[in-house]
Design a protein around this ligand. Sequence first.
Ligand SMILES: [Zn+2]
Ligand SMILES: [Zn+2]
Length: 425
Amino acid sequence: MNIKRLKGFRDILPSETPAWRLVEESASRVFGKYGYEELRLPLLEETPLFKRTIGEATDIVEKEMYTFTDAGDNMVTLRPEGTASTVRAYVENGFARSHPKERWFYMGPMFRRERPQKGRFRQFHQIGAECFGWAEPAADADVISMLWDFAVDLGISSRVSMEVNSLGCASDRSAYIEELRKYLESRSDSLCSNCKERTTRNPLRVLDCKSPHCQEATKDAPSLENYLCEDCAEHFTVVCGILSSEKVPFKVNNRMVRGLDYYNRTTFELLTNELGSQNAVAAGGRYDGLVELLGGPAVPALGFAMGVERLVLMVGEGAGIRSAPGAYFVYRTEEGQRRAFSLKRQLIGEGFKADMDYEERSFKAQMRAAGSSGAAFAVIFGESEIAEGKVTIKDMQKGEQVTLDDKEAKDVLIQRLRMESELGD
Ligand SMILES: [Zn+2]
Ligand SMILES: [Zn+2]
């Protein structure tokens, strides 16, 4: 029997998890300061949740969802993104009516059955934030500032750029889409086959096609900017004004659109050119109609999601601290093991890391293990120590050692380990 993990899935090994935690802890810390609370959502939802919110005519719903019928004949789907579930939870738990102003963040795996390619996984991870209850442009500026501050906290801000755009309201967009479609139809011969199809179904997406032919052919396509109504234009002006005065660096990109149907007005992306063509590390925007679409009252909202795999690549898979044990215990005989076990546990109780082998290997082998563990101290219960009721503490860096009784040894170890950890900080 040779069972392997599924194609497109991966194991995140202990050597990588410190970098993952670095990203997750940075997000929790920064979002928490902005008043966001953590929400934990189910991985599995009823299929119509995603069909209704993401839209039937999208690649995600048409081709990529992990959808199946469970034993009770329910059509269920592994969540392909987090916003739909967040809004569902917001409506279902009564917040939309009783306490509409909420700011939440979530993190966890998402699932899309995409064609396997380098750096893309069928189980991937997102951290997202959603801000419910405010239509004001200050809310948009606050969310974008928070995303920027996260990039600063994580230490990647010099390697990313923020782009913003306004998609206007539904009526602005339908007027624009009509003009855009006419324009695209007149250039249909120069478009890739995907974009030919998009011209009828989802013409906005043609604007962010990566094909150079499509980009060339749509160079002077009508710009959505010129179709914004007065209110939408004013909203966007205020968002940009706040960001400018706050010195959050950004660029307006009028060609930035969204694959998902539910976005309106402000939309933004955090981009990098370090990861090849897959260059958005975070994307988001306003989705004022989504709460109503899921059976709630009309509550304005906006948010974003970040790709954790991409952020981990940016900080470096080896980033983050793997803590070495503070003390490694070396012993002979059963009595030595008991005393080592007890002292090790007392140190752990005091907040330090400590380790030992459970198997009584040769003294030499245990000392080697102490050395390769990276521990600051070896704590030795050898035959002479046991005979005298003592224990030896060896400083692994300096090579100095001192022999004490167990109680003294504990006090000395606590004192020395505390000094080590202060030095480490
Ligand atoms: Zn408008
Ligand atoms: Zn194209």
